[in-house]
Design a protein. Structure first.
Length: 374
């Protein structure tokens, strides 16, 4: 639902009831991921998309029905239809599990608070029951900021605490996912499947080395939604004028900056200096931090020498195995712009556990579901 947060925020502020249709499960090559939503208000205004057009008409009518009847949430399953694919089927061959529910903003102030946090760019998670007892289906609770404190309630019991903790963990990871809870005395007797919608702060891309490749990479990183920092110890090169797409340009020794800045599991560290006096202390530190990606530019010869120096500096084989060097995928890249695509392609593949191989050389679904938290 957070894909349409701006509109939902406005409707909540105006106390306008609406129907919310959310993708809660997918199979095969589904066009859009779990958590994507369409909403329809009482005037018939629709916002969002869950299929890129294939089943929008059917979903719209179901939303109108649920909104008008004021009834319980409904489930709909959309797969490929040979007879009428464009009307009610997915031409891509995937399958969508959709939950449609009525939302009355006056009864869910916590949802309005989460949407408010989201439109202001802050971190928020909305946990939505998508499978379980009928009386709990569609209920939500929210986690805002860096705490696991719940706003709203699912069952008023232990399940709230468990789901809030799971939502907080996914929020810190920056990932929307389904979680399974309950089925035991310690949480709740009923087993629940909960979809946690996450709007996290922008992940960070830390680029070390104020070179032409860094200028192109900062632009590519910004395009992908990263908060980009370029850092170099040489003030003549590390200027805002040279890196207009970076969110910040820092003049400092790379390892000193990395020691004091904030990183997390979504942070990408890209070392483009290929100068041992900068690289070795920086990589020694970076490979010991809980960041998502560490890559370093250089030739094969530079890489071999870098490994030798890092080993002498006490970096273990386990940590060295995290290093992506030479940085990037084999695209035959030459220019800074091509190299930036090579590097960001590797980061995307690494983040999503992709192979980096041409899709034409693979079989099976194009889109993979990320592992669920349990």
């Amino acid at each position: 639902m957070l894909n349409i947060a701006d509109t939902l925020h406005g409707w909540c502020r105006a106390a306008r009831p609406f129907a919310l249709a959310t993708v809660v499960g997918t199979r095969g090559s589904a066009p859009l991921p779990v958590g994507t939503s369409v909403a329809v208000d009482e005037d018939g205004t629709a916002v969002g998309s869950i299929s890129g057009g294939c089943v929008e008409g059917a979903v719209y009518e179901l939303c109108r029905q649920v909104l008008h009847d004021r009834g319980a949430p409904q489930r709909a399953w959309f797969g490929y239809s040979d007879d009428d694919a464009f009307a009610v089927g997915l031409t891509c061959g995937g399958e969508l599990d959709v939950l449609v529910q009525r939302v009355d903003p006056g009864t869910q102030p916590h949802l309005a608070a989460a949407l408010d946090e989201t439109v202001q760019g802050g971190p928020a998670a909305v946990a939505q029951v998508v499978d379980g007892p009928d009386e709990l289906l569609g209920r939500t609770l929210c986690v805002l900021g860096d705490t696991d404190s719940a706003h709203g309630t699912l069952d008023g019991g232990p399940a709230d605490r468990v789901v809030a903790a799971q939502a907080g963990a996914l929020l810190r990871a920056g990932r929307t996912a389904r979680v399974e809870v309950g089925g035991d005395a310690d949480t709740c007797p009923e087993r629940l499947s909960v979809l946690v919608h996450v709007h996290a702060s922008r992940p960070r891309m830390l680029i070390f080395g104020a070179v032409d490749f860094a200028a192109a990479l900062s632009q590519a990183g910004s395009f992908l939604g990263y908060r980009v920092t370029v850092c170099d110890a040489r003030p003549v090169f590390a200027t805002e004028a040279r890196f207009p797409y970076a969110d910040e340009v820092v003049v400092d020794w790379p390892h000193r900056y990395l020691e004091r800045t904030e990183v997390d599991a979504r942070t990408a560290v890209c070392v483009l200096t290929h100068d041992a006096k900068f690289d070795i202390p920086l990589l020694r530190l970076a490979l010991g931090l809980p960041v998502g990606y560490v890559g370093a530019m250089g030739s094969r010869r530079t890489h071999d020498e870098r490994l030798r120096l890092l080993t002498e500096a006490g970096v273990t084989e386990e940590r060295l195995a995290r290093l992506r060097s030479p940085i990037g995928l084999d695209l035959g890249a030459r220019t800074p712009e091509e190299t930036a695509i090579s590097i960001t392609a590797e980061i995307v593949a690494h983040t999503n556990r992709g192979t980096g191989l041409p899709l034409s050389h693979l079989s099976g679904p194009i889109h993979r579901d990320r592992a669920l938290v349990s």
